[in-house]
Design a protein around this ligand. Structure first.
Ligand code: GDP
Ligand code: MN
Length: 390
């Protein structure tokens, strides 16, 4: 499936002169990094990479957030790697951990079970907190109040092409809301019920699709025999969100919604990989997004399952945004862990594909070889939309 090029043109092909671009006015934006002291090395790697390929020209500020206190080494070392302004913030308990309406014992038991079932990060309490924070709270942090845009950074990421224009300004000019560079498929067992709730949100709020929702859905195949419920069956419109919101505080009950209530759709597991994101904060701060988050939250899915912030952001975008609000940064060379996006895989003269088709999994040796191969100017001119990839 594609986001049509008529909606989403690449901002630039090849290189501009960043020194000249940087003379233009800046957007109201910052990098946002959630991290722990022990991740300092990975954080430095990420700062070095983004400074080298972008921020040494553009000087956007950084906001570092942590559920604990950053120590003085962390702060000093980070400041040594950038000349841009840096702020450090601590999350108060309203943004991290269990809300008071949750029965912690039930939630912990749910998490323990996911650990036993060997669900990736499923048994790790802090990971659940992190996913919930990035789903419903980061944009409410007071240090972000003054900003309109953010660019998410994580430890141990790497940019490998120069970014020679200001992506915030370009997004603003093109009237974009959310930018991504990689989309992948979620592990099914981490989100067994997520789509039921997202779909219910859409139905309850009478949201008709703008076309983006389809990026995340699969229609039931013809051969699939599923019982059909008559439309007037009470199960069909099982009351939501009231039912969830009125549930006595447990860890959330994840009541079953009959599959028919999903209008024959299911989740295809596709999501924007949120460790890279450039987006408008006011979308996250909107009433609609927060109603979506609250409904998802009260289902208990952040504890009883291991819902990631990536499918949450993506399904919210699917329900609330249209293809023309989304920007695919196909010119950004970006890597995190074993997944990368290489602009040379995104030819300039063809329709852009949804990049989960282009995402590549590479081992360390291959990475280096590929880096060297694609770094030649000819390769970029012939094949890619990136700039000085190396
Ligand atoms: P992965 O990329 O899905 O493997 O998850 P990470 O471990 O990289 O976590 C995602 C982001 O959240 C990274 O920026 C981490 O530094 C941050 N993070 C994860 N867990 C915690 C935590 O318990 N405390 C803090 N302060 N940051 C965390
Ligand atoms: Mn990570």
């Amino acid at each position: 499936r594609r986001i049509s090029e008529k909606y989403d043109k690449v901002f630039y092909t090849g290189c501009l002169a960043p020194e000249i671009q940087a003379k233009e006015p800046r957007a109201n934006a910052a990098f946002v990094v959630l991290a722990r002291n022990k991740e300092l090395d990975g954080v430095i790697q990420s700062i070095k990479s983004i400074e080298r390929h972008f921020n040494r020209w553009f000087h956007y500020p950084y906001v570092f957030l942590n559920d604990g206190d950053f120590n003085s080494t962390f702060k000093e070392v980070v400041r040594n790697y950038t000349s841009a302004p840096v702020e450090f913030g601590k999350l108060d308990p309203s943004m991290w951990g269990y809300p008071d309406w949750v029965d912690k014992e039930v939630a912990r038991e749910g998490i323990r079970k996911q650990g036993d079932a060997a669900i990736m990060y499923g048994g790790m309490e802090s990971y659940h907190h992190m996913c919930r924070f990035y789903s419903g709270f980061f944009y409410k942090h007071p240090l972000l109040d003054k900003y309109k845009w953010y660019w998410r950074l994580e430890p141990e990421i790497k940019y490998f092409c120069d970014i020679t224009y200001d992506p915030f300004v370009k997004m603003e000019q093109a009237n974009k809301t959310y930018g991504f560079t990689i989309a992948v498929k979620e592990l099914k067992e981490t989100v067994p019920n997520i789509f039921r709730y997202a779909s219910a949100y859409k139905r309850i709020n009478n949201i008709t699709s703008t076309g983006l929702w389809e990026m995340f859905t699969e229609k039931k195949k013809k051969g699939d025999k599923k019982e059909k419920l008559p439309k007037d069956d009470p199960k069909y419109k099982k009351p939501l969100p009231e039912e969830i919101l009125n549930t006595e505080p447990g860890a959330g009950s994840l009541p079953d919604i009959h599959p028919d209530a999903m209008e024959g759709e299911s989740y295809n597991m596709c999501h924007f990989w949120s460790n890279f994101e450039i987006a408008r904060l006011d979308w996250f701060r909107s009433k609609e997004y927060n109603e979506f988050f609250d409904m998802m939250d009260h289902s208990g899915g952040f504890w009883m399952e291991r819902w990631g912030d990536a499918p949450i952001h993506s399904l919210a975008a699917g329900a609330l945004l249209s293809p023309s609000d989304i920007h695919y940064f196909r010119d950004f060379g970006y890597r995190h862990t074993t997944i990368q996006h290489c602009p040379a895989n995104a030819p300039a003269r063809q329709l852009p594909h949804i990049p989960y088709l282009e995402q590549t999994t590479v081992d360390e040796k291959k990475r280096i070889e590929e880096d060297e191969y694609w770094a030649t100017p000819d390769r970029e001119r012939e094949n890619g939309v990136g700039c000085r990839c190396r």
